[in-house]
Design a protein around this ligand. Structure first.
Ligand SMILES: Cc1cc2nc3c(=O)[nH]c(=O)nc-3n(C[C@H](O)[C@H](O)[C@H](O)COP(=O)(O)OP(=O)(O)OC[C@H]3O[C@@H](n4cnc5c(N)ncnc54)[C@H](O)[C@@H]3O)c2cc1C
Length: 502
């Protein structure tokens, strides 16, 4: 294997992607005086999935981004970068179902009241039936949740939203996810929480994570955080190179030597480095290696899949549309999954307080019917659905814009862990100066704090040889020495998985 750094050669790191992971690594490397080149395919802005898009003075996220972490170092970093620009916000998010708003997290009294006496009695009867005659050994999500809440409550509060997000029937999703994720929210806990004001703990005293009711948020949206890091990097002589899509990753004698990027006008540039950090999707990273990776590595990378996402921002000529930060749309009659009200995240997300900007979120797969619709048709769909939900009329909407987001969610299917392990081990052994970090970079369906922590560790490994392994950062962004890499390792957020064939 080649010596990675020729004697006397200065370290120089090439970072692929300027999202939270790439920019956190950059920020940390610059603290250690290690020079960096950051290449980002977006021609206009940094921030990746956590960017804030601006349209005629209205700012919106690709999905609302709460800043909340159990990792104090990450929380500290956010404060260090943005100081008093970080707001602390109260959380209000409700569920919308058939013309009514339900408290989220679900409160028993509120739910029964909203359902009305007839439906409430039906739900209680269905709950009683489920307790008396539970499905033995529930295998799919539908059976598991039905056992806990009864079929009627399941169909109102779980079925439609889960199916919108994952694009799969709840009968085909494994029960494991629900069993671990919803365990502390069984109906008795919900009733106790409703009856005892201020009570927030689940069984064994743990905080029920879905009940967190305060979070931080940059005054101008999450993109402000990453735009600030880009400014700091530029001020230190390392401007982020926008509009550079990684086309080729060259390697020789067991080390990556350079990355070639292409600009929209077809211009190619080659960036040489001693170390490389990739936060671009694993599947793309492997496909761009030259010479190509061994076939089994290419096959593993090609097997990784993603769920995509469309955000449609509509500007409304009304000051107050609803008080929530966001609303989950469980109503089966519309395709929208969630609606954000960005003004309620921060008032400065709109240029005029007499107006509102809503973000309607549609979960999809690249190339499916929704993804392929023309922008005016998507805006018409979103407008029509807002009207159908009774949120506002078409006449009140004066502007709309569509943002399509490729690879918003890395998919956790039956075999993703094996495939990720093949790719990870290949880079660790065959090309160890290429380090993987971040969400799609490591194929981990996690929040910004996790992406940032993995990037911090990678940057420190390069800067001063720190031995911490980024694959041992768990879903809460906390480093866990005892995680056995490559097993069902607990470093990814739990998501529903398909029922296994056995
Ligand atoms: C709908 C939604 C809601 C979310 N809500 C929250 C939340 O409330 N709180 C939270 O903390 N997190 C949230 N997240 C997660 C958060 O957005 C991610 O964890 C974070 O952005 C991951 O950072 P990253 O740098 O690893 O990846 P990314 O943000 O994906 O950045 C990767 C970068 O690489 C670039 N890139 C890709 N391919 C190439 C290429 N070939 N050449 C050059 N550049 C390339 C991309 O353009 C991008 O800028 C949410 C995500 C989504 C989709």
């Amino acid at each position: 294997m080649a010596t990675l750094i020729a004697s006397g050669e200065r370290k120089h790191v090439v970072v692929l992607g300027a999202g939270p992971a790439g920019l956190t690594a950059t920020y940390e490397l610059l603290k250690h005086d290690v020079p960096v080149t950051v290449v980002e395919k977006d021609p206009l802005q940094v921030g990746g999935l956590a960017r804030t898009v601006e349209h005629k003075g209205y700012r919106f996220d690709i999905g609302g981004h709460r800043f909340f972490s159990k990792n104090e170092e990450v929380e500290g970093l956010w404060t260090e970068i943005l100081g008093d620009q970080m707001l602390t916000r109260g959380r209000l998010s409700r569920i919308y179902y058939r013309g009514r708003f339900f408290a989220y997290p679900i409160k028993a009294a509120n739910a029964l009241w909203n359902l009305g006496p007839v439906e409430a009695v039906r739900c209680l009867a269905s709950y009683a039936r489920a307790r008396i005659q539970p499905v033995k050994n529930p295998r799919n999500l539908e059976e598991w949740v039905r056992n806990q809440f009864g079929w009627r409550l399941f169909s109102i509060f779980f079925k439609t939203y889960t199916e919108k997000v994952w694009g799969i029937s709840t009968k085909e999703l494994s029960a494991d996810w629900a069993a671990q994720r919803i365990k502390s929210l069984d109906l008795w806990v919900v009733i106790r929480t409703a009856l005892v004001p201020g009570r927030k703990s689940g069984r064994r005293g743990e905080i029920v994570t879905t009940l967190i009711d305060r979070f931080r948020y940059p005054r101008l949206g999450p993109g402000q955080m990453w735009e600030r890091v880009a400014e700091i990097s530029a001020a230190k002589g390392h401007p982020i190179l926008l509009g550079r899509s990684v086309e080729k990753i060259s390697h020789e004698d067991g080390a990556v030597t350079s990355v070639t990027t292409r600009t929209a006008d077809g211009g190619a540039e080659t960036h040489r480095g001693t170390h490389f950090i990739s936060s671009i999707p694993m599947r793309e990273l492997v496909a761009k290696l030259e010479p190509p990776a061994p076939e089994r590595v290419r096959r593993a990378a090609d097997s990784l899949s993603y769920r995509d996402f469309i955000s449609i921002a509509l500007m409304i000529n009304r000051a107050d549309v609803f008080p929530d930060n966001w609303i989950y749309i469980h109503d089966p009659g519309v395709r929208v999954g969630r609606i954000q009200n960005f003004k309620n995240w921060s008032p400065d997300m709109v240029p005029d307080q007499s107006k509102t900007c809503l973000g309607l979120e549609y979960f999809c797969f690249e190339g499916d019917g929704l993804w392929s619709m023309k922008d005016p048709d998507l805006i018409a769909l979103a407008t029509e659905e807002l009207g159908r939900l009774g949120i506002c009329s078409a006449a009140e909407i004066f502007e709309g814009v569509v943002v399509r987001q490729h690879k918003a969610y890395p998919v956790y299917d039956d075999s993703y862990q094996e495939h990720v392990a093949v790719v990870r081990d290949y880079f660790a052994t065959a090309l160890p100066n290429m380090h993987l970090a971040g969400r799609n970079g490591m194929h981990k369906y996690n929040n910004q704090d996790h992406s940032m922590m993995t990037a911090l560790l990678v940057a420190r490994n390069i800067a001063d040889g720190s031995p911490l392994d980024p694959w041992k950062v768990n879903a809460d962004a906390v480093y866990h020495e005892d995680i056995r890499v490559g097993e069902r390792d607990g470093t990814g957020r739990l998501v529903p998985e398909r029922v296994s064939a056995s």
